[in-house]
Write a protein that binds this ligand. Sequence first.
Ligand SMILES: Cc1cc2nc3c(=O)[nH]c(=O)nc-3n(C[C@H](O)[C@H](O)[C@H](O)COP(=O)(O)OP(=O)(O)OC[C@H]3O[C@@H](n4cnc5c(N)ncnc54)[C@H](O)[C@@H]3O)c2cc1C
Length: 252
Amino acid sequence: MNNKYAMDVKLLRVTKEGIDLVAEGARVSGVHLAQSARKIVELITDNDYSSVLEHIYFTMDISGISVALSRELLEHRIASHTGKSTRYKEEKGFEYYVPKELERKGREEGARIYMEAMKNANDAYTKLRELGVAREQARYVLPLALHTHYVLTINTRSLINFFMLRLCVRASPEIRELAMRMYKICLEEYPDIFSRIWCRGFTLGVCPENEARPDRCPFKKFLPKKREVKGKFERDARMIIEKELKGLVFTG
Ligand SMILES: Cc1cc2nc3c(=O)[nH]c(=O)nc-3n(C[C@H](O)[C@H](O)[C@H](O)COP(=O)(O)OP(=O)(O)OC[C@H]3O[C@@H](n4cnc5c(N)ncnc54)[C@H](O)[C@@H]3O)c2cc1C
């Protein structure tokens, strides 16, 4: 058994010349022909005309992550997911995730209980397999900490949504670390797009987490809450909306 920290992300494929591709798509839809491809992509990213960004795909090989994290990843439905099978792959002596919290001073007892639980799960799995129980049944004793291996294909629009949600300090530590590793790869490939993206607060200029934003948020001091900004104009804006609705004429 091995609890060595092992998260790793490798880029398997990425759409090449994606800036030109996105700009071509945008020009078909009506964006001014004279603008450079980079300028068009900046406009699209900033103004959230993001459907053309769907033409750029990334495929990443993600290893050394827990099954718990893989479940969170699977919540991102606008992507293609392939995960290691516990039906077809043997898990005797499995590797597993250890939360960083348990490596801190003062958490020795917690760490001991955690490691013991992993050992017990491995012993149970190994015994079941030795008794001839099939992998697809023995696997139910495996923990959420079990390391898994993943291949993810995701387009840039969906990736932006992923980063906005998972780079937030409120995301769980393991998926936030994965998001950071993926972000570094994306930033290197397409800086014109990804330098404009981080958590929702940075990307939108207001934080939709409102009061849920914890003190550890590095932007808390200067990024306004969505409620603060909206609160300033909401009543007046609502009146305008009601007026518009009153004047609405249905045809057909
Ligand atoms: C801090 C944090 C806490 C969370 N806590 C919980 C929790 O307690 N419980 C929990 O279950 N999940 C939780 N989640 C997961 C979250 O609810 C989403 O399931 C996850 O982040 C995937 O986001 P998404 O739906 O935007 O992504 P995707 O599934 O990739 O969807 C992308 C976008 O497509 C659109 N879309 C996709 N499917 C539909 C649909 N069926 N109908 C309409 N529009 C659709 C939406 O605009 C969506 O934003 C949490 C996430 C975060 C970041």
